[in-house]
Design a protein around this ligand. Structure first.
Ligand code: SAM
Length: 274
């Protein structure tokens, strides 16, 4: 995909011009990762973001690597089905690729608010009986849990791997905490939740207002880091598996050396529901 006005190629039929003129958080992230499913407005926003947080691309790659390790960890623990919310534009190392390489019939449901991300995932998954992509907003967990695709693929009697990776910082408190609580309540015992999240009290805070302003012009209303204790609250009653909440690139090895995070501003953990 070079110039991306041709949204139709994504299987979306008549493209809504707004998709290409208004940046989205999914496509800015795709641009940061060097992907090619983004529009000029997304690339411009990514450039502005990099000017404010030069390590943003490195953080996106470290986050993506965490996602891979989190899925591998859950597979090792016997998880065979995944609910990936805020899944983003499909790119290298998608959850179904990681999971189905090891377990042919591992089931994966991708949820994203971005229609371009979901349409593209739908194209990739067209012949995949065990995975689907659904456009939905995580602020409405009942709609996600009741969705036919979710009910068809995810067995509520078996552990589920819930992935909320690099997405909760786009959701305001009043929506995010109750939605995650509801999602966790829906998980069978033995399930896991992986969360990575922008953390405040780092060098990136200096750019906080500019970053929030940039994302206010996208499809999300906020982009705000939370403190470690605010992020831990999302895990509710689940038990954090070692090493707990650490810099995203340090999970699961734990803090290395002097613990200097460089320019990192994303932390991650995995919780197990008993
Ligand atoms: C930074 S990307 C992360 C993608 C992927 N999880 C990863 O870590 O590689 C954040 C994703 O969250 C999605 N998102 C933001 N707010 C959302 C919401 N309320 N409901 C569902 N998805 C949302 C965005 O569209 C975007 O695709």
């Amino acid at each position: 995909m070079t110039d991306h006005s041709g949204v139709g190629f994504l299987g979306m039929g008549n493209a809504d011009a707004d998709y290409s003129s208004r940046p989205s958080s999914a496509r800015i992230y795709d641009a940061l990762l060097g992907g090619n499913h983004n529009f000029a407005a997304d690339r411009e926003a990514a450039k502005r973001l990099l000017a404010m947080i030069p390590a943003a691309g490195e953080m996106a790659r470290a986050n993506r690597a965490f996602l891979n390790r989190a899925v591998q960890f859950m597979l090792d623990a016997g998880v065979r089905q995944f609910l990936d919310i805020g899944s983003g534009i499909p790119t290298v190392g998608n959850v179904h690729e990681i999971a189905q390489r090891r377990v042919e019939d591992a089931r994966v449901v991708y949820i994203d608010i971005d229609p371009v991300a979901v349409a593209h995932a739908g194209e990739i998954l067209r012949d995949n009986r065990f995975a689907t992509a659904v456009q939905a907003d995580m602020r409405f967990p009942e709609a996600i849990l009741a969705h036919a695709g979710v009910r068809r693929l995810l067995d509520q009697q078996e552990p589920i791997g819930l992935l909320l990776v690099a997405m909760l910082h786009f959701v305001p408190d009043d929506d995010a905490y109750p939605a995650v609580e509801r999602l966790l309540a829906s998980l069978p015992p033995g399930s896991y939740v992986a969360i990575s999240h922008g953390v405040s009290e780092t060098a990136a805070d200096a750019a906080g207002d500019g970053v929030a302003d940039l994302y206010r012009r996208t499809d999300v209303s906020t982009a705000t880091g939370r403190t470690r204790s605010q992020i831990k609250r999302f895990f509710g009653d689940t038990e954090l598996v070692p090493p707990g909440l650490v810099w995203v690139h340090e999970w699961p090895a734990g803090p290395q050396g002097d613990g200097d995070p460089g320019d990192m501003a994303v932390v991650a953990a995995i919780g197990r529901k008993s």
